[in-house]
Design a protein around this ligand. Structure first.
Ligand code: NAD
Ligand code: DAO
Ligand code: ZN
Ligand code: ZN
Length: 369
């Protein structure tokens, strides 16, 4: 069938709203109608050309809220009318990764997803007979998308999709990194670098973990208000610090923080985040995605003396089995999502969402269809 989609024809160019073709679901696949999608920095990163996995032309977007329209043969866990959140980190439940109890990184469809294709090695998206790539297995910047059953989390129908779409990436990633990856304990001190949708959600996670001190760092002074509203105890504008940000945080915390989170994608900041951690036990979690080919560095002695460097994808959350609980936590008021939505834009204005992000004016823009 035909649908409207925002096509990324090439890197560094605005998306173009086009009428394209989408094929129905094959075996094990599901057709969903998108109700809303957030725009995450990772979409901008891929569009910038810095993503080594970036493929063009493609339909970007991975923070969706949708309703099941049609299921392919063999699909048993979903039916038309179900409300779902697309998962760029699927959960098959049976692969070596899913059964390890050690990671949320299911690998069942990884090889084809990374090539912009469905598990059978083909695309369901095309324009005038020419294939268009899927993106992160989700492609939410379109009226419809086809996903494998294992890449859809069924959620409570009472949850507003134009809000809980942000649980498809930003909010879950930040909260999960704090609670699942770092496992911050009550009374711990925390530093968070970068206060976009991810970093602000780390603040929420740190509040839920009952951290005693939450130091929020950004270069945009306008982030201070929302950071404090969400529970940050301190705000540092990195541009105002005369010496190094690392020294400033070490001085504020009697030797460094217990946990830090890098939510920008800067390898320089990743080093700062590690080195502002306390000797002997401090742990730093990399969440930001760095540019293609970039590498992190520190003196090995930083690790020899007890600091730990780790990373987190989708907050360590298993999408099908754990994300529905995040939605329930939103409905009960435990998790804040509405506060992240600074702009709601019609699909036709999707490029404005990228402009607002680059200008530092938005936390999350939500696109409605
Ligand atoms: P965003 O653009 O909304 O926010 C980034 C923030 O960082 C902005 O507030 C900006 O002012 C700030 N910043 C920029 N340079 C800085 C500096 N030198 N020091 C301090 N602050 C600085 O981005 P987002 O959507 O919150 O995403 C953040 C990062 O997380 C991106 O790299 C994104 O690709 C990545 N990400 C990772 C995962 C994951 O699972 N690991 C998931 C989603 C996003
Ligand atoms: O399993 O090898 C893998 C890749 C899983 C993808 C995880 C991506 C997380 C970071 C990218 C930012 C997502 C918006
Ligand atoms: Zn994202
Ligand atoms: Zn799996």
């Amino acid at each position: 069938m035909k649908m409207k989609a925002a096509v990324a024809w090439q890197a560094k160019a605005p998306l173009e709203i086009e009428e394209i073709e989408i094929q129905g679901p094959k075996e094990g696949e599901v057709l969903v109608k998108m109700v809303a999608t957030g725009v995450c920095h990772t979409d901008a990163y891929t569009l910038s050309g810095a993503d080594p996995e970036g493929l063009f032309p493609s339909i970007l977007g991975h923070e969706g809220g949708a309703i099941v329209q049609e299921v392919g043969s063999g699909v048993t866990s979903l039916q038309p009318g179900d409300h779902v959140i697309p998962l760029y980190t699927p959960e098959c439940g049976t692969c070596k990764f899913c059964t390890s109890g050690k990671t949320n990184l299911c690998q069942a469809i990884r090889s084809t997803q990374g090539k912009g294709l469905m598990p059978d090695g083909t695309s369901r998206l095309s324009k005038d007979g020419k294939p268009i790539y899927h993106y992160m297995g989700t492609s939410t910047f379109a009226e419809y998308s086809v996903l494998p059953e294992i890449a859809l989390a069924k959620i409570n129908k009472e949850a507003p999709l134009e809000k809980v779409c942000l649980l498809g990436c930003g909010v879950t990633t930040g909260i999960g990194a704090v609670l699942n990856t770092a496992k911050v304990e009550p009374g711990a001190t925390v530093a968070i670098f970068g206060l976009g949708g991810i970093g602000l959600s780390c603040i929420q996670g740190a509040v839920l973990a009952k951290a005693s001190r939450i130091i929020a760092v950004d270069i945009n002074p306008e982030k201070e208000t929302i950071a404090r509203q969400l529970g940050a105890t301190d705000f540092l504008n990195a541009k105002d610090i005369s010496g190094s940000i690392t020294e400033a945080i070490i001085d504020m915390t009697d030797g460094g923080v217990d946990y830090s989170f890098e939510c920008v994608g800067s390898v320089k900041l990743m080093r700062d985040a590690l080195e502002c951690c306390h000797k002997g036990w401090g742990e730093s979690v990399i969440i930001g995605v760095a540019g293609a080919g970039e590498e992190i560095a520190t003196r090995p002695f930083q690790l020899v003396t007890g600091r730990v460097w780790k990373g987190s994808a989708f907050g360590g959350v298993k999408g099908r089995s754990q994300l529905p609980t995040y939605v329930e936590d939103y409905l009960s008021g435990k998790i804040k999502v509405d506060e992240m939505v600074t702009h709601v834009l019609p699909f036709e204005d999707i490029n404005k969402a990228f402009d607002l992000m680059h200008e530092g004016k938005s936390i999350r823009s939500v696109i409605t269809f």
